[in-house]
Design a protein around this ligand. Structure first.
Ligand code: NAD
Length: 313
């Protein structure tokens, strides 16, 4: 899961999203002006903030009116905070806000250049979204997915344009973390990779291109560490604070692996480890029994109020 070891998840510097002047239009040579983000949850809202802040016209789409409502509140709060802190002029914030429209289904697709899908981490959901949008898009438009673990090649195969389907894997909190893992599916064209790489730079992110293998690089490296920390806890090697302290102070990680698992969501960690174990066929990715037990008990981390740590309120 593209989540950071930051305690300030969901917060961020609204200005960090843009090229400096919010009134500017991006000019990165990628031909992208109008963007649709599908899914207005944690990630979609963060992506919307950086995309609109960087000068792209943005439509944020979610089937849930409540999610759109929450996203609007979050975006307003982020831009208001940036103005309060003197990082953004009130007029610039207003321009960025006006670039965002919200809709329950995508509209005006004939003039959209890039779709970024950030809906649930579920193959059928993502394939359904991409397959239904693709025919209404202009020929050159790109479909990107923010998936953490689903095959970009499998998503591309659901569309009429597998060469223009690519992964744009952002990290949580999106306005703060600089990385975008650009995932090249088996049929993704060089031109598509080049264009989304240029878009990512316009978003003031650092793109890194990786191949379409399970977990890409980020989760393939991160999740075994998180899993091993849970094995250590389950075997009684040390208690939770000791394990997290070793990794924070000894390895200079901003957050220990157990606290990070709580931030990501234990169900999400389990799902990614299962994908790694199944698709790479290696037992070294076997999820820790304690992780399975906690997920079965509904202890999912911050989002459920308790995981390895308790989160009051
Ligand atoms: P979330 O549950 O917060 O948001 C998902 C949103 O998608 C919901 O608001 C839901 O209503 C909407 N949605 C679902 N199906 C839809 C449809 N058919 N049409 C329109 N809207 C639909 O999820 P999230 O944490 O924002 O994750 C979104 C994606 O980003 C997932 O693929 C996830 O793996 C990936 N991701 C998450 C993180 C993270 O730390 N949360 C990091 C990197 C990548």
């Amino acid at each position: 899961m593209g989540s950071s070891g930051r305690a300030d998840a969901g917060e961020g510097d609204a200005r960090s999203a843009g090229p400096g002047a919010v009134g500017e239009q991006p000019t990165g040579g990628h031909g992208v002006r109008r963007v649709v983000v599908v899914g207005a949850g944690t990630m979609g809202t963060g992506i919307a903030q950086v995309v609109a802040g960087a000068g792209f016209d943005l439509q944020l789409v979610d089937e849930s009116p409540a999610a759109l409502e929450r996203a609007g509140v979050t975006l307003d709060r982020q831009w208001a905070r940036a103005v309060e802190r003197g990082r953004l002029g009130a007029e610039e914030a207003e321009i960025a806000r006006r670039r965002v429209t919200m809709a329950s289904t995508a509209e005006g697709l004939a003039t959209v250049d890039l779709v970024i899908e950030a809906a649930y981490e579920d193959l059928a959901t993502k394939r359904g979204i991409l397959a239904s949008l693709a025919p209404a898009l202009p020929e050159g438009a790109i479909l990107a997915s923010n998936t953490s673990s689903i095959s970009i090649t499998a998503l591309g195969a659901a569309t009429d344009r597998p060469d223009r389907v690519v992964g744009m894997h952002f990290f949580n909190p999106v306005p703060v973390l600089e990385l975008v893992e650009v995932v090249r599916g088996h049929l993704t064209s060089d031109e598509t990779v080049d264009r989304v790489t240029a878009v990512a730079r316009d978003l003031r992110k650092t793109p890194v291109v990786v191949q379409d293998y399970p977990g890409f690089v980020s989760n393939r490296v991160l999740m075994p560490m998180v899993n091993e920390a849970i094995f250590c806890l389950g075997e009684g090697v040390a208690d939770r604070e000791a394990i997290d302290t070793v990794m924070r102070l000894g390895m200079a990680h901003p957050m220990g692996p157990l606290a990070l698992a709580d931030l990501i969501g234990l169900d999400v960690c389990l799902a990614i480890l299962e994908v790694l174990q199944r698709d790479l066929g290696e037992d070294k990715y076997r999820p820790a029994p304690l992780l399975r037990r906690m997920v079965a008990a509904g202890k999912l981390g911050r989002k459920s109020g308790e995981g390895f740590y308790a989160y009051g309120g």
